[in-house]
Unconditional design. Structure first.
Length: 206
C-alpha cells in the first residue's frame, strides 16, 4: 500500500499565531489558494480511499479536490491534531471520545464519518491521550495495508504526521519530520514501511 500524508493548508492560526480564537481553525486566504493548487497535484494519483481529520482546516484543504473529482473522504477522529505539547509522555490507555457536532450541510456531500460514528476527542487533551489516538490510527493503517495494494490519501496535521512517521518507520529516536502547510510525504509498505519523499511542496503560492 502507498500512503500519502498531507498537512492541511495554512490556517488563520498559522497565519496570525492566534490559536485561541474562534476563527483559528479556518483557512487563511493563502490557505484557500493552497487548497485549490493541491487539486492538480493530487490528480496524478488514483486513491482507493481518502482519509481526513474532522477539523475544519483539514476538511477545507481537501474539499476543492473532492468537489473537482466527485469523491468522498472518510473522517477519522483519531487523526485530528495531537501531541503538540512541549513535554512528551507515554501513550494513555484511552483517548476519551465524545459525540461530535453534525457536519454542516455544505460538507455532507463529500465527507462521512467512519462507520457513521461521529465522535471527537475531548478537550483539553493530554499528550498521552493524543498519542493513544496516533497508535489507534497506525493500527488501522497497518490493517488496511494488509488488505489493499492501492494508494491511500490522509489529510491531517503537522504534529500528528510527526508521530505517525516515527511509529510506522520504527525510528530509534523521535525525529521532528517538520511539514509545511500542504507538505506531502509518501510512504509505501512492502513488508516494512519505507519513505519515498518527505514534505514535498506543491507549486509556490505568492
Amino acid at each position: 500500500m502507498k500512503l500519502i500524508l498531507v498537512r492541511h493548508a495554512e490556517s488563520m492560526g498559522n497565519a496570525t499565531g492566534e490559536y485561541a480564537t474562534a476563527i483559528a481553525d479556518s483557512l487563511s486566504p493563502r490557505g484557500h489558494d493552497q487548497a485549490r493548487s493541491l487539486i492538480d497535484t493530487l490528480l496524478a494519483w488514483q486513491f482507493d480511499k481518502i482519509l481526513c481529520s474532522p477539523l475544519e482546516r483539514t476538511r477545507d484543504t481537501i474539499k476543492p479536490y473532492l468537489e473537482a473529482t466527485g469523491q468522498r473522504a472518510e473522517l477519522w477522529p483519531e487523526i485530528a491534531e495531537a501531541c503538540w505539547h512541549e513535554t512528551r509522555e507515554e501513550a494513555a490507555s484511552d483517548w476519551r471520545p465524545q459525540p461530535a457536532s453534525p457536519l454542516p450541510d455544505t460538507y455532507q456531500a463529500h465527507f462521512y464519518y467512519r462507520d457513521e460514528h461521529a465522535v471527537q476527542h475531548t478537550h483539553p487533551e493530554t499528550f498521552g491521550e493524543g498519542l493513544c489516538r496516533v497508535y489507534s490510527a497506525v493500527g488501522m493503517l497497518r490493517d488496511m495495508s494488509r488488505k489493499t495494494e492501492g494508494a491511500v490519501l490522509m489529510v491531517t496535521h503537522g504534529h500528528f504526521i510527526r508521530e505517525v512517521l516515527n511509529l510506522l518507520l520504527d525510528t530509534r529516536r523521535i525525529n521532528p519530520f517538520h511539514h509545511a502547510n500542504c507538505g506531502m510525504t509518501l510512504l509505501h509498505d512492502d513488508t516494512v514501511w519505507a519513505m519515498a519523499f518527505c514534505n514535498r511542496l506543491i507549486a509556490h503560492i505568492d
